[in-house]
Every structure is written in structure tokens, then in C-alpha cells.
Design a protein around this ligand. Structure first.
Ligand SMILES: O=C(O)CCC(=O)C(=O)O
Ligand SMILES: [Fe+2]
Length: 218
């Protein structure tokens, strides 16, 4: 459970790193190239179980936006969580409060499930403005800005998230949150946000991912 030190900024369209850094138990990963925060125990073990049950009940094969011809690029399963479910709505509000971003800028939370051997190869969460699918995915709400991701469990082996450009590997831990800015200091898409959801070697891995947009999503 995150204890917030103050009310979030009213109707902010973007996160303030100083706001995030002021939350209790937040660590900033030392890097000039990427703004990346970690907070352990963002969710309780019970909350994680509640999310895992919902993900397992509604999962489907994961997809990627800009198809790149590699059928093994993202082999996990995905679930669009139901925001009419009060349990999900409470967690969604907590993510918004952590980021300090007004709720309409957030995409619905997704769940991801990785079985043994499954992974999400190195990618960025922002859409390439020169990519063929950019207009399709970004014409209304703009590009992705911040990513919040929470590990819901700990696979027995594998499943770390590796930020390849900054040489940082984060190990899954039940309830641990990652928050990073997909843009650089000038506000442009930041290639240093490249990350790889590495293969699970034993056990299962579940995470939730929440992406924020430049403009309201819905
Ligand atoms: O599972 C992970 O460690 C990374 C997930 C991810 O990068 C994504 O869903 O965009
Ligand atoms: Fe990602």
C-alpha cells in the first residue's frame, strides 16, 4: 500500500519526477539517460492475488503494435482488466495517484502472464513516430508518456526486466512497482527506455502495466 505524502497535483497531464521521488520508499535508479523509479510493496500480496485471478480468467495471446516479422517477439498472454470492477478501479486510482497524472490520460490497466519460456523481447513502450502504425495508435491520445508496471508474483527462475541501454536489471518481486518516463529530457521518445521482459525459466510471472498518454485517452 502506498502512503502518499500529499494530495496529487490537480489534473496534471504529465508526471513530476520530484512528486514521485517524494513518495515513501521510492528509489530512483541512477541514470542520466532514463528516469526510472522503483517502489517495493506498492501492492499487497492479497491485491496481487486478486489481480492474478482476474488475469488468468480472461487472458488471450499478447500482440504488438508494429509487427516486425518475429513471431516469437512477445509470447506472453494479455488481459484487459475490467475497470467497472471496483477492485480494479481502486488499484487504477492508486496508480494514478502515484504518478500524479489525471486519470483520463491513462490507458486501461493490462495484465500480462508469462509461462515458462515466454518473454517480451527488447522494445520501447512508446510508438515510433515514423512507424507505419503511428497514426492508428496515436492520432487521438498522442504517444505514451509514462509506464507504470507492477510485478504480481516471483517466478522461481527468470522473468527479470532488463533495461538494456542503461544496464539495469530488475528482479520480479510480489507487489514491486516500476515507473519510468518514456521520453528524454527534451520530451522526445527516449531510446534509453528500451527494455526486455526476459524469459521465465521456472514458474509463472504475472505483471500489470499501465501506460499514460500525452492527451486524454477516453
Ligand atoms: O514483463 C516485463 O518485465 C516487461 C513488460 C513490458 O515491457 C510491457 O508489457 O510493455
Ligand atoms: Fe514494455
Amino acid at each position: 500500500m502506498t502512503d502518499l505524502t500529499a494530495a496529487p497535483p490537480a489534473l496534471a497531464t504529465d508526471a513530476d519526477p520530484a512528486w514521485i521521488a517524494a513518495h515513501p520508499r521510492v528509489q530512483r535508479v541512477p541514470s542520466r539517460a532514463l528516469t526510472l523509479f522503483i517502489q517495493r510493496r506498492f501492492l499487497t500480496a492479497d491485491e496481487c492475488v486478486g489481480l492474478i485471478d482476474r488475469i488468468d480468467a480472461k487472458r488471450r495471446p499478447s500482440t504488438i503494435a508494429d509487427a516486425n516479422g518475429d513471431g516469437y517477439f512477445r509470447t506472453s498472454e494479455t488481459c484487459d482488466l475490467d475497470h467497472d470492477d471496483p477492485f480494479v478501479a481502486v488499484i487504477n486510482a492508486r496508480l494514478d495517484a502515484f504518478a500524479g497524472i489525471a486519470s483520463p490520460h491513462g490507458e486501461p490497466i493490462q495484465g500480462q502472464r508469462y509461462d515458462v519460456g515466454q518473454e517480451f523481447k527488447a522494445h520501447t513502450d512508446y510508438f515510433d513516430p515514423k512507424g507505419s502504425d503511428y497514426a492508428q495508435y496515436c492520432s487521438v491520445a498522442g504517444n505514451r508518456t509514462w509506464t507504470l508496471m507492477v510485478y504480481l508474483n516471483e517466478p522461481a527462475a527468470g522473468g527479470a526486466t532488463r533495461f538494456t541501454k542503461i544496464g539495469k536489471t530488475v528482479q520480479p518481486e510480489t507487489g514491486k512497482l516500476l515507473a519510468w518516463n518514456n521520453r528524454d529530457g527534451a520530451g522526445a521518445p527516449n531510446p534509453a527506455s528500451l527494455h526486455h521482459g526476459m524469459k521465465v525459466r521456472s514458474g509463472l510471472k504475472h505483471v500489470i502495466t499501465k501506460w499514460y498518454r500525452e492527451r486524454p485517452w477516453g
